[in-house]
Design a protein around this ligand. Structure first.
Ligand SMILES: Cc1cc2nc3c(=O)[nH]c(=O)nc-3n(C[C@H](O)[C@H](O)[C@H](O)COP(=O)(O)O)c2cc1C
Length: 241
């Protein structure tokens, strides 16, 4: 007996399982615009995420056209300036604290494997710092996706709301698959929140959660063939009777 062919990652995913299995972080997008009605349908579906006491902590900023390009220009310039003068790092910080300040195994091992495998897929070797900088900067171009999303949350909310937010983001990424779209969630933007928050007109008490690239993945770009691996449930599950 042969197994069914895996679903084509470029096609819309009509079932939940196909949506989950074909969601990958894509890092090269076509310039094809995404219809407004499609974006609205994706956001409407995402909004059905659960949240503690139905607080619905998500606030979404959709950047297209000039609003997107002007943010790209500002943050790319800041990213270049930071490379030229690393002391500027004090100016730029991720308020959410998405990543730990101290890494331990096995997380650091997975992180390293992820980074080096991605760079290898792009033909970037260790020590090729210019190429690494350029590749990292593709984050700040939304990997050429025509739609850039910024997600903010009111600082008054607790840590649980970040959990709710994750469910909303996953809903959004799966809903995108149902429309033939792909995504890349992006914490890379967080460092530049002091540029992003005023640009998107965020409310005074809002914090940046992350950004996201959204659009139609470019099937010609090898970077989009990069696939990550997962531990099996046996490795992270303890059964108790
Ligand atoms: C909240 C969040 C932030 C992320 N930030 C970035 C990012 O800034 N740049 C990037 O290329 N990938 C980013 N990723 C993608 C992860 O590297 C990716 O999800 C992980 O390696 C698993 O691969 P997959 O998404 O293809 O399954 C982020 C993922 C999440 C969930």
């Amino acid at each position: 007996m042969t197994l069914a062919t895996p679903p084509d990652a470029r096609q819309p995913a009509p079932t939940t399982e196909a949506a989950i299995r074909t969601r990958h972080s894509m890092r090269a997008f076509l310039p094809t615009p995404v219809p407004r009605a499609t974006l609205e349908a994706v956001l409407e579906l995402a909004a059905w995420a659960p949240s503690g006491t139905n607080t619905q902590p998500w606030k979404v900023h959709v950047l297209q056209g000039q609003a997107r390009q002007q943010l790209v220009d500002k943050v790319c310039a800041a990213h270049d300036a930071l490379r030229a003068d690393p002391s500027l790092a004090q100016t730029y910080r991720d308020e959410l604290g998405y990543y730990p300040t101290e890494w331990i195994s096995p997380y650091i091992d997975r992180r390293r494997e992820n980074g080096w495998t991605l760079y290898a897929a792009l033909g970037i070797g260790k020590g090729e710092k210019d190429k690494m900088h350029q590749q990292h900067q593709r984050n700040y171009r939304f990997f050429d996706a025509p739609v850039g999303l910024m997600f903010t949350i009111d600082r008054v909310l607790g840590r649980g709301s970040i959990l709710d937010y994750g469910m909303f983001l996953q809903n959004l990424m799966l809903a995108a698959r149902a429309h033939g779209l792909h995504t890349c969630p992006q914490a890379a933007w967080n460092q530049f929140a002091s540029i992003i928050l005023p640009h998107i007109g965020a409310e005074a008490n809002d914090m940046l959660v992350c950004g996201m690239a959204l659009g139609y993945a470019d099937p010609q770009q090898p970077v989009n063939d990069y696939r990550t691996v997962r531990e099996s449930p046996a490795a992270f599950t303890r059964w108790m009777d």
